[in-house]
Each structure stands twice: as structure tokens, then as C-alpha cells.
Unconditional design. Structure first.
Length: 135
């Protein structure tokens, strides 16, 4: 098992509009400011991606490092959601078989640019959230 020294870091595709909306969603609800963020296009993010077997040039998942361990695909989304105030109920979704959860996740991930679009450059959060970005 590969581990990572930083904890509660969300790796996301910084040019993906859907992924950037996910980051905004988490920022708005993470009142404890637990999570930090890194775009896969940054030096830190691409190093993190490679460490966990994600191709930085063609990412098919976001990831969250929690407890030093990388959670990918549906596990990443549910891990983050289950740690946000008011969203702990999402833990019950871990009962859905992982192959089924990941299949749904993969369909969305594969088509995210077609469905939601793509930025020309990485999404930059506002000044307050910017302090939580690792590049």
C-alpha cells in the first residue's frame, strides 16, 4: 500500500468544469477547513497522481488522501462527502458494491468534458480558498 505524507488533500483536474465545481462544493461545506486541494496540472498534483498510478496527462479519477492513503473514484467522493457536516449519511453508500459505484463514476469521468466542458487553464479559487491550494 502506497502512503502519502500529507493528509486530507483532494487531487482534482483543474481544467475540468465539473471537477472545479466539486472543489467549490467541498469548500462551501468544509466549515472545519479540513481539506486542501491540488490540481493535477500542478507540480505537486502531478507528483501525487504518479505516486498513486494516475496519469496526470489523462486523469480518469480524482483522489483524496485520507489517513495517509489514497482513495480513488467513488471511494474518494464518498470519503470526502462523509467528512462534511450534514453529509455523514453518505457513508451508507459504501454498502453499494464498489464495482457498481466505480462503473457509474467512470462513465461520468470519461464524459466530463463533453457534458460539463473544460476551462482553458486551471480553475483558480477565490483568495480565501486559495490558501488551501497546494501547487
Amino acid at each position: 500500500m502506497t502512503t502519502w505524507p500529507d493528509d486530507d488533500v483532494i487531487l482534482y483536474d483543474g481544467v475540468c468544469i465539473f471537477c472545479s465545481r466539486w472543489v467549490r462544493f467541498v469548500i462551501a461545506r468544509d466549515t472545519a477547513r479540513r481539506f486542501r486541494f491540488t490540481p493535477i496540472q500542478s507540480d505537486y498534483g502531478s507528483g501525487l497522481a504518479r505516486a498513486f498510478g494516475i496519469d496526470p496527462a489523462d486523469p480518469d479519477t480524482n483522489a483524496v488522501i485520507h489517513g495517509g492513503v489514497a482513495h480513488l473514484k467513488s471511494d474518494a467522493a464518498l470519503t470526502v462527502l462523509s467528512h462534511l457536516p450534514g453529509w455523514q449519511w453518505t457513508r451508507v453508500l459504501f454498502a453499494v458494491p464498489k464495482p457498481l459505484r466505480d462503473a457509474v463514476y467512470s462513465v461520468i469521468a470519461k464524459n466530463r468534458y463533453k457534458i460539463f466542458g473544460k476551462y482553458e487553464s486551471c480553475f483558480v479559487p477565490d483568495a480565501d480558498a486559495r490558501a488551501r491550494v497546494i501547487e
